[in-house]
Ligand binder design. Structure first.
Ligand code: NDP
Length: 308
């Protein structure tokens, strides 16, 4: 049996970041410094980690960044005012509103208030529509990241059967649109799909984005398939750990040290049958911030009418 290839998210993200940094230098020579505004409401620990990491990456790559931290009592009106200010600011090319937002804030209204040309998360209906109709658009970072992984790893997409588990607006749906654009034959499965395995077993490329630990098991895949595991599920209980990682000494050490580990939506045993796969951690997740940086630079150029 052939050894499955690990699609190394760290390495691909590093490559993209190097390219983004080089582009920032080129823009600097024209007097342009791409800027990202990161809006972090309140004190959700996971959100704080993500946003800090986004701001740090901006600094590493030479982008300007502005971290704005409204209190968790902020109102929708106050957030709309903030977004209007950011929309108007010349030094800001990308606006990122970290989710989740507190319940009193109307997230939908807010995301629709972001100027589409600064919508680096690609969530605005205008960008969704542009993407869908093949026009230049800012597309959701995790979805574009997966296309980058496939392309840069030389995994063929055109003519392949791509099956996506999950139909969220931020991952499943945009991934389907992008794979379709690359000429894959795309199937989207969700919680109401009957006989899921009959679809997944037909997948040359399987994207798992459902948020269920270890959901995809070996009998569900076609041997040799490429598996992109988007899931990020935290495990804190020993019995859970053993269900996924029994015998994995390195994981076990880390688990005992930290008291938790992350498992994807794919059971690790499944990867043994794959042709290639993204590990968790160190796979798809690593691309998300790199693509946010790439989107910010792209937004800076699109807004100024700069084409490559
Ligand atoms: P959502 O909860 O928004 O969507 C989950 C989707 O999975 C839904 O479409 C749901 O179906 C479907 N689903 C749930 N259970 C099943 C099931 N048993 N069988 C088939 N389909 C099912 O999740 P997200 O898309 O936001 O995230 C998915 C996962 O990816 C999470 O683990 C999240 O943490 C991770 N993630 C990782 C990112 C990264 O950078 N790596 C970025 C974003 C998310 P239905 O629509 O019918 O309810």
């Amino acid at each position: 049996i052939a050894v499955p290839r690990v699609l190394d998210g760290n390495a691909i993200a590093a490559q993209i970041k190097t390219e983004v940094a080089a582009e920032v230098v080129r823009l600097e020579a024209r007097g342009i410094r791409p800027g990202l505004a990161a809006v972090l409401v309140g004190h959700v620990p996971a959100s704080e980690i993500y946003v800090r990491s986004k701001v740090r990456t901006c600094e590493e790559l030479g982008l300007y960044s502005d971290l704005i931290t409204p209190p968790d009592t902020v109102t929708t009106e106050e957030m709309l005012e903030l977004v209007a200010t950011l929309n108007a600011r010349e030094d800001i090319d990308g606006i990122l509103i970290q989710l989740p937002l507190p319940a009193q804030v109307d997230a939908k209204r807010l995301l629709e208030a972001v100027a589409p040309e600064k919508d680096v998360d690609g969530f605005h209906p205008v960008n969704v529509g542009r993407l869908q109709t093949g026009q230049p658009a800012l597309a959701p970072c995790t979805a574009v990241g997966m296309i980058e992984i496939l392309k840069r790893s030389g995994v063929p997409i055109a003519g392949q059967n791509a099956v996506i588990l999950g139909r969220s607006d931020i991952v499943g749906k945009p991934t389907a649109v992008l794979l379709l654009q690359e000429n894959a034959t795309v199937t989207i499965c969700h919680s109401r799909t009957r006989d899921l395995a009959s679809f997944t077993r037909n997948a040359d490329i399987l994207v798992a984005a459902i948020g269920r630990p270890g959901f995809v098991t070996p009998e569900m895949i076609k041997p040799g398939a490429t598996i992109l595991d988007v899931g990020i599920n935290r495990i804190t209980v020993r019995e859970e750990f053993d269900k996924y990682f029994a015998g994995d000494k390195h994981r076990e050490e880390m688990f005992l040290l930290k008291g938790s580990t992350i498992v994807g939506d794919v059971h690790p045993d499944t990867f043994k049958l794959a042709g290639a796969y993204t590990p968790v951690p160190g796979g798809v997740g690593k691309l998300t911030i790199a693509m946010l940086m790439a989107n910010t630079v792209r937004a800076a150029k699109l807004r100024r009418g700069i084409v490559d």
